[in-house]
Design a protein around this ligand. Structure first.
Ligand code: PLP
Length: 365
């Protein structure tokens, strides 16, 4: 029997997310031994040993539903950020929170404003809710806040800003950012996605947690997926006004954060030193990798995250100077990176050995 149920408006036009190929798949397909994946911006060292210990201790209880309120993790985050527990939202990754925020505020025909070439999930939120997506071009690979301010209309209901931006790695100047946020009508939600906050230099680290106290339409999103090395367990959090917290409570599913993620998040918070060590290594390696690629004649956009965005038009051995062609060459050498539109690729900063291997592979091109 043929499937003829009509999909919801807009779903036909949506495109499934294309994840980076897992290293094992590349090893199988190309007959390679140790493929290196530098495509999804994870912490190459994974979580703190305290996290592994905490998870091993809990796994006897999988038959029960988790604590839907995430009591302990919420309390720990509230303490860390000196805020009330009812201003923290938790989700199955920041990805889920992005969608929940859309479901909480967007009506059909509202406008969602963001940049082009930014996090792929933002357009999805608009498509899911049948809101209208409005995008503004990047300026020097960075969000163009002036043009975005000009693009605000009385239909603009939600603004997404990734800071630093994925895939370009660029960060906004804090004074300029707060000026923009204050200029947005208070009836419009501003979602500041700080998934890579921990990797930013101090001069770029905004006092966003103070801003959110003063600015009821501001949402700060962070994640355990990157610096804390917990991408697999899916755990993201956000700081919001209590009224928005209440709205998210209404729209979210009852058990959106599993107990292993809760336990892991709690343990990860208790080992800040481990996270800071990982970040320090990543920043050092980011500098070395950027320098190495520059020395080969490639243009590297200065990054404030754990990945770099590289213009590969300097490579002469490609039939076409596209990110896709570069990706295809590198994958046969066991290196998995992320192709981007035009002559660009995005490369996650890996362990020192992995970065060396990548530089060597680039050299052969
Ligand atoms: C990786 C990333 C996230 C984190 O997503 P999770 O669902 O928490 O893993 C959020 N925003 C941006 C821009 C990212 O690159």
């Amino acid at each position: 029997m043929k499937f003829i149920v009509k999909l919801r408006d807009g779903v036909e036009q949506m495109v499934p997310y294309q994840p980076g190929k897992p290293a094992e798949a590349v090893e199988r397909e190309y007959g390679i031994k140790r493929a290196v994946k530098l495509a999804s911006n994870e912490n190459p060292y994974g979580p703190s040993p305290l996290v592994i210990k905490a998870i091993k201790k809990t796994s006897g209880q999988l038959g029960r539903y988790p604590d839907g309120s995430c009591y302990q993790l919420r309390e720990a985050l509230a303490q860390k950020f000196r805020c009330q527990p009812n201003t923290i939202i938790l989700g199955n990754g920041t990805n889920e929170l992005l969608i929940l925020l859309g479901l909480a505020v967007l009506n059909k025909n509202d406008q969602v404003l963001t940049s082009d070439l930014t996090f792929v999930v933002y357009p999805k939120v608009a498509q899911l809710t049948q809101a209208e997506l409005v995008t503004v071009p990047l300026k020097k690979q960075t969000y163009d806040l002036d043009k975005m301010a000009q693009a605000i209309t009385d239909k603009t209901k939600l603004i997404f800003i990734a800071n630093p931006n994925n895939p370009t790695g660029t960060a906004l100047e804090p004074m300029q950012l707060i000026r923009f946020i204050k200029s947005v009508p208070t009836t419009c939600l501003v979602v500041l996605d700080e998934a890579y906050y921990e990797y930013m230099d101090q001069a770029f680290q905004t006092p966003s947690l103070e801003w959110v106290r003063q600015q009821s339409n501001l949402v700060i999103l962070r994640t355990f997926s990157k610096a804390y090395g917990l991408a697999d367990l899916r755990l993201g959090y956000g700081l919001v006004a209590p009224e928005l917290y209440q709205a998210i409570e209404r729209v979210r599913e009852p058990f959106n954060v599993n107990s292993l993620a809760q336990v892991a998040g709690l343990a990860a918070l208790q080992d800040q030193l481990y996270m800071e060590k990982c970040v320090k290594t990543a920043k050092k390696e980011r500098t070395k990798l950027s320098q190495g690629l520059s020395d080969l004649g490639l243009k590297v956009i200065p990054s404030q995250a754990n990945f770099i965005y590289v213009d590969i038009s300097g490579i002469k051995r490609l039939h076409q100077p596209t990110g896709q062609a570069c990706y295809e060459k590198l994958i046969t050498r066991g290196m998995i990176i992320r192709p981007m539109p035009g002559p660009f690729v995005r490369i996650t900063v890996g362990k020192p050995q992995e970065n060396k291997k990548l530089l060597a592979a680039f050299k052969t091109l």
